[in-house]
Ligand binder design. Structure first.
Ligand SMILES: [Zn+2]
Length: 342
């Protein structure tokens, strides 16, 4: 029987708070200007310097927090390595800024590096048209398409350019950080080649966004690949993590609180998607657009960011059902995708 989920601390720390959370690991809480209002960063003691995992969005507030951390919390030692689990801007936003300040090296997987190149430079009209086309295909009305276009066009404002030099990491690599070895585990679905790190000696998993407590990592279809099926990859990764990692591991997630109960959480995430797949399939007894399914799968009153994430996530569930042969994807006369049971 998997153990129950238990949290290492009782309450969310205030933004900017630092605390020791695992051997050689300091936890830094940073604010995010969204409904999900924070991200967890990890500072790892690394010989004569520090390795930092995730960096926060490129906002003035986060720069100020970092300045205080640089001055007061690093024992006078520099950050000499930045590891990004994946390319998302809340993780990668200040990587270029920190790299420049300390001459720190950036480490990330090939898949995440490539995706970062697209998103960190995605300001072209052609890219914005692709984004707008994606949400139109999903059956979103013009207001939602305009809001998502607006949101995507501002993504580049919250990231600093990544350094040109990058050390690539891959699944199975072992990275020595200070006194400990950390093994890279690749997760799919939330991002193309997400890297989690596991230290067997301290039984600690730096999960990134691949495994989160309380919230399900967003699984989104990418605008430039509207027929892709990222959810199959995510579910495969859940099964792989369950086999590869012990239930006893301390999990350090990028959002919410550190916890134990890894296998139960993996089971819950698999169950959550199974349930959603069942609901989406039943809805398609009559032909449905992605937007129609989104409206039934998610609670009403989402803001524009949440709506675009919800649409992309409903898309992922529908595309998986198409991959399995449980649904067919056709087009309405206006070109909008429509999903139906065969
Ligand atoms: Zn993410």
């Amino acid at each position: 029987m998997p153990q129950d989920i238990a949290y290492l601390v009782d309450a969310d720390p205030a933004p900017g708070t630092l605390r020791d959370i695992a051997p050689g690991v300091r936890w830094l809480r940073m604010p995010l200007p969204f409904r999900l209002d924070h991200i967890n960063l990890w500072l790892l003691e690394d010989g004569d310097g520090w390795t930092v995992i995730a960096t926060g969005l490129a906002t003035d507030e986060n720069r100020a927090i970092w300045q205080r951390v640089f001055a007061e919390a690093l024992d006078g030692k520099p950050i000499h390595r930045i590891i990004l689990t994946h390319f998302h801007s809340d993780h990668s936003g200040l990587a270029g800024w920190i790299a420049e300040r300390f001459g720190a090296h950036l480490w990330m997987t090939e898949g995440e590096w490539q995706r970062a190149q697209i998103f960190h430079h995605a300001r072209s009209a052609a890219w914005m048209d692709t984004v707008a086309g994606f949400f139109t295909l999903a059956g979103c009305d013009a207001d939602v398409v305009a809001a998502t276009r607006q949101r995507w066009s501002s993504i580049g404002d919250r990231v600093t350019p990544l350094p040109a030099r990058t050390n690539r990491i891959a699944g199975g690599d072992v990275i020595r950080i200070g006194a400990f070895d950390w093994r890279v585990l690749i997760g799919r679905g939330h991002a193309p080649e997400h890297a989690s790190l596991y230290c067997a000696e301290t039984d600690t998993l730096i999960a990134g966004d691949q495994v989160l407590p309380k919230i399900s990592p967003n699984i989104s279809v990418s605008p430039e690949q509207p027929e892709e099926d990222p959810l199959t990859g995510f579910l495969d990764s859940i099964a792989e993590f369950r086999t590869a990692l012990p239930d006893s591991a301390t999990v350090l997630p990028s959002h919410k609180l550190p916890f134990t109960g890894l296998h139960r959480r993996l089971d819950e995430l698999a169950h959550h998607h199974d349930e959603r797949l069942g609901v989406a399939w039943e809805l398609c007894a009559t032909p449905r657009t992605v937007m129609e399914v989104t409206g039934k799968l998610f609670r009403p009153g989402l803001d524009s960011l949440q709506t675009s994430l919800a649409v992309s996530e409903a898309f992922a569930h529908l595309n998986l059902l198409v991959s399995r042969g449980d649904l067919e994807r056709g087009r309405r006369s206006d070109g909008v995708f429509e999903f139906a049971q065969p």
